[in-house]
Write a protein that binds this ligand. Structure first.
Ligand SMILES: [Zn+2]
Length: 93
């Protein structure tokens, strides 16, 4: 965060800016969450989105506290848009 001479601050948020500009694939979003990416290696399915897939190592890690809940939640907020929320159940099929 930079303080400007005329007052105010600039908050440098490269991650957020990237999300706004680049059209990311859902399968790539978790690459920006290092701890989620780390656990995702143990997921059963290589294309796991860590939402409601079976045998998801990321969800397990969230449950046992290895991944902070707020990190997982911000991940979900990016992955799921309004159109997705009703078809989440189809993701793993
Ligand atoms: Zn997963």
């Amino acid at each position: 965060m930079l303080e400007l001479p005329f007052g105010g601050f600039v908050i440098d948020t490269p991650g957020i800016r990237a999300f706004g500009i680049v059209e990311l694939k859902k399968e790539e979003i978790y690459h920006f969450f290092p701890e989620i990416f780390e656990f995702s290696k143990s997921c059963k399915y290589y294309n796991c989105l860590h939402i409601n897939e079976p045998e998801c190592a990321v969800k397990d890690a969230v449950e046992d506290g290895s991944i902070p809940w707020w990190r997982y939640k911000s991940y979900l907020n990016i992955v799921l848009d309004e159109n997705d929320k009703h078809r989440v159940k189809d993701v793993s099929s």
